[in-house]
Ligand binder design. Structure first.
Ligand SMILES: Cc1cc2nc3c(=O)[nH]c(=O)nc-3n(C[C@H](O)[C@H](O)[C@H](O)COP(=O)(O)O)c2cc1C
Length: 209
């Protein structure tokens, strides 16, 4: 879709919330600086505990660097999975496949993280991440969190190779790009409401239909 067409089709916030999905196939076109800046502006409008704005961003748009990073991250992610619950054989075989790129061949990785410590810095970064992904969706772009890259991103070697300051901690790595094809949003369970206290009635067993 042409840039102008995409701009004319921007979604309302609620439409974007309903339409957003993790996109795993991208066109090869690389996003321009203005688009990235718009996404970062959306990210930093997120709520932030004690107005600390602890987030900082790293943008990687070098495809060979992303491929190298993917290759570094895959064995580290499998190792991490093996230390938690036993991973499904399907996941292990996907991550072991030499052609599998954890960044789904997207041309842009935006890493949201922080140089600060504090009780809420992670929450702040994830809220910024959701703002960024909803803005991307509203602009006709696709996005996907790539949590499987986190272990690699937080190693000194990878930080040095990407020019990331050593005190930066990656929290929310997100790929963004022009989606190849259209896919419907994934389904969700109904919200599970465990308690709902109403005035004069007390606690009622209320489930939305
Ligand atoms: C913390 C976190 C880590 C994730 N890591 C990955 C990942 O490494 N690779 C990937 O393809 N998707 C990843 N996802 C995307 C989820 O798989 C996806 O959000 C979920 O399946 C629901 O699908 P939807 O986003 O399309 O609604 C991650 C999502 C979150 C919130």
């Amino acid at each position: 879709m042409a840039e102008a067409d995409r701009k004319n089709r921007e979604l309302s916030l609620f439409q974007a919330i309903l339409a957003r999905r993790s996109v795993r196939t991208y066109e090869s076109r690389v996003l321009d600086i203005t688009t990235i800046q718009t996404l970062l502006e959306a990210a930093v409008r997120a709520p932030t505990a004690m107005h600390e704005e602890p987030w900082a961003f790293v943008v990687v748009q070098d495809k060979p660097a992303l491929k190298r990073l993917s290759d570094d991250a895959k064995p580290m992610f499998i190792e991490r999975l093996l230390h938690a619950d036993p991973p499904s054989p399907r996941v292990v075989s996907t991550f072991n496949h030499p052609d599998f790129n954890i960044f789904h061949d997207a041309g842009t990785l935006i890493i949201i993280g922080t140089k600060m410590s504090g009780a809420f810095v992670e929450a702040d970064c994830w809220l910024a991440a959701e703002n960024l992904m909803l803005a991307a969706c509203a602009m006709g772009l696709g996005s996907c969190v790539v949590g499987s890259s986190l272990s690699a991103l937080n190693t000194p070697t990878v930080k040095a190779s990407l020019g990331i300051p050593s005190e930066f901690r990656a929290i929310a790595p997100i790929v963004v790009g022009v989606p190849r094809g259209r896919s419907p949003a994934t389904s969700r369970k109904k919200p599970q409401v465990l308690a709902w206290m109403l005035p004069n009635v007390g606690i009622r067993d209320v489930q939305p239909s």
